[in-house]
Design a protein around this ligand. Structure first.
Ligand code: ADP
Ligand code: MG
Length: 366
């Protein structure tokens, strides 16, 4: 690492020296030329004064004017340097601004609050990948229901929720929200109703409150506190001496991975979303906290007010779901309730046995 750093530093130093050389050369040539020119003009004017072609007053006048012409010329080098340096940033900025904007249909159908959602034979392939991340996936879900996706890492669960929230477009098949195809609706209307907690959630440096208000700028302090309590943030709040106005991150209290995850769960809950998506949101937490948050999720799903989509590795977190879909290599290989799947003796049963087995092992050791 030190060698790599040194190599890079030397490279920068080399370029910087090259730049200074250029600028100095340019400055020298430019300064000399301009001074020479100016002196020639003055000599010529003095010559004219001696020949009585112009008066001394005219000479002084020219002399004064020459300041206004030659001084700006002297700035020329600086302008070139500034221009070249800014050009780099401007090119980057231009590239960014030239990214095609997300397509929104000209006359989008208003979908209203999301009540049902359907995937019909959806397939998807990542641009850089050779094989399909999802193959022929179909399912349907209504308000009040909870569905869960389980399966090994890389089986396409995250890809599926990204399709669901409109971050990707399906290659084949259709996604319907309240019966309208994804191509007909303004996807932002859907996103405004969404609470999405991802595997790797991001917080901004700022206060706890600022991080929460990000999704709902008009939320009151009470609403924030309720959301935080529902997301099991007690320990964090106990440490926060200024309450909601406590800074997190640099210069404030440091939050652990689990606490970060809990704040992002609070952030998702604050919005009272119609569609709640948890993508391995509790995997970074210890099992007791996970249980606490799962309890919150269960209460939420039981309130029958929204659609809940869960992805989790610990099967105890998702066993209450109305339907559990088991993924393998981008396809649904089995689905049903927890009891049905356990009776099926398929992949789910194998995963369940292993996790229950671990628990029994732990109990034995104590
Ligand atoms: P899971 O969440 O079930 O662990 P993912 O949906 O993240 O799985 O990934 C499914 C498959 O898609 C994997 O084989 C992965 O390598 C591939 N994949 C995921 N994201 C990308 C990407 N941005 N580009 C190319 N391939 C990807
Ligand atoms: Mg994933």
């Amino acid at each position: 690492e030190i060698n790599r750093l040194n190599t890079n530093t030397r490279k920068i130093l080399g370029l910087e020296l090259k730049k200074v050389k250029y600028i100095r050369t340019l400055g020298f040539i430019q300064g000399t030329t301009i001074n020479l020119l100016r002196n020639c003009v003055i000599v010529f004017l003095i010559y004219l004064v001696f020949r009585n072609e112009i008066a001394f007053g005219d000479y002084m006048l020219f002399f004064m004017y020459s300041f206004f012409i030659f001084n700006p010329l002297q700035e020329f080098g600086n302008i070139i340097q500034l221009y070249r340096e800014t050009e780099v940033s401007l090119t980057n900025f231009k590239q960014l601004m030239e990214q095609p904007a997300e397509e929104i249909p000209a006359n989008p159908v208003k979908i209203g609050p999301i009540k049902e959602m359907e995937f019909s034979s959806v397939s998807f392939k990542h641009l850089t990948s050779t094989r399909h991340a999802l193959k022929n996936v179909s399912f349907k879900i209504k308000t009040g229901e909870t569905i869960a996706f389980v399966g090994p890492s890389g089986s396409g669960k995250t890809t599926l929720v990204k399709l669901l929230v409109g971050l990707y477009k399906p290659a084949e098949g259709n996604i319907l929200y309240n019966g309208h195809a994804y191509t007909q609706i303004d996807i932002n209307e859907l996103r405004a109703q969404l609470g999405f907690v991802t595997q790797d959630s991001q917080l901004f440096s700022g206060t706890i409150k600022e991080n929460l208000l990000f999704v709902k700028p008009d939320a009151t302090d009470d609403e924030c506190m309720t959301a935080l309590n529902r997301a099991a943030c007690h320990s964090l709040l106990n440490r926060a001496d200024k309450g909601l106005d406590t800074l997190i991150g640099e210069g404030g209290i440091k939050v652990s991975g689990g606490e970060k995850q809990r704040i992002s769960i609070a952030r998702a809950l604050l919005r009272h979303p119609n569609l709640l998506v948890f993508d391995e949101a509790t995997s970074a937490l210890d099992s007791l906290t996970e249980e606490e948050i799962s309890e919150t999720i269960r209460t939420l799903s039981n309130s029958q007010e929204h659609i809940t989509v869960l992805i989790a590795h610990r099967l105890s977190t998702i066993m209450h779901a109305n339907t559990i879909y088991v993924f393998e290599k981008g396809g649904i290989i089995e689905y049903g309730t927890h009891e049905q799947l356990v009776n099926n003796k398929g992949l789910y049963y194998a995963m369940w046995r292993q996790q229950v087995g671990e628990t029994i092992e732990i109990l034995k050791n104590h």
